[in-house]
Design a protein around this ligand. Sequence first.
Ligand code: NAP
Length: 279
Amino acid sequence: MKILITGSNGMLGHDLQDALREKHELILTTSKSLDITDKNHTIEFICDAKPDIVINSAAYTDVDGCEENESLAYAVNGDGVKNLALACSKIDCPLVHISTDYIFNGKKNSPLVEDDEIGPISVYGKSKLKGEEAILEILDKYFIVRTAWLYGTNGKNFPKTMLELAENHSEITVVYDEVGTPTYTPDLAKAISELIETDFYGIYHITNSGSCSWCEFARYIFDVADVDVKVIPVTASEFARPAPRPSYSVLNNSNWIKNGFKPLRNYKEAIKEYIGLIK
Ligand SMILES: NC(=O)c1ccc[n+]([C@@H]2O[C@H](COP(=O)([O-])OP(=O)(O)OC[C@H]3O[C@@H](n4cnc5c(N)ncnc54)[C@H](OP(=O)(O)O)[C@@H]3O)[C@@H](O)[C@H]2O)c1
């Protein structure tokens, strides 16, 4: 297939390239070559390229930054996605769009299924929801993939930050009242490569298996990396950040399993592989 990837320079974008390049022809775009907020250019570019499928891994992903730069958040995560959906509808091409657990409000305390009630509590979550809504309105052929707590070798992420902090701190405070599922971007990219071989369109929750709090995750990272640092649990309200986060956003990968795909490995196995690669 001819696959156009937006945000191909991003953390997930890099791993999508690795997962897809052997079997497919890739058209790799960045914010410079294809700024998805530019409606006319986006439509023209995609109509000219005539891909068989578009994967949108572009987004404004700075969750705290979105609170301050609200208009940029909506432009990229809402209107940008709408522009892609309009372009895809013109050439009847499916769109894979990456969304987030932050479209949920965190009040449910058991794993969230795809049609659970949504209610984002941050500008980032609200802007990402706008993107989902645009797709549902414009396209029939879409895969909306909600994922969570991403980390990989090509981006800024929580495990990397923890290991960097540990280089010059003997104690680190980490939030314990937010629970989710850390997800390794190569595992997610592989799942997306399987999904696009099908026409099982719809909304999917795709994460690694298992769940933990940030604090438990940090402790596990230090354990695996054999780093001696004291992790001090704090509440999200003690660890003030501009954007509120859902306190519970574990995603039940129910549509993924229902459609016959294999559950992704446990986050503990995935983080071991990642630490082995970066240490
Ligand atoms: N990171 C997480 O923990 C997490 C959790 C859940 C869901 N997600 C979602 O997963 C997806 C991938 O996340 P990620 O962490 O890999 O993101 P990332 O590393 O921040 O990469 C995002 C990419 O988007 C591109 N971009 C930004 N504005 C753009 C624009 N106007 N036009 C075109 N491209 C633009 C950037 O391109 P340039 O580099 O070319 O400027 C950047 O490379 C996103 O949809 C995100 O919302 C992420």
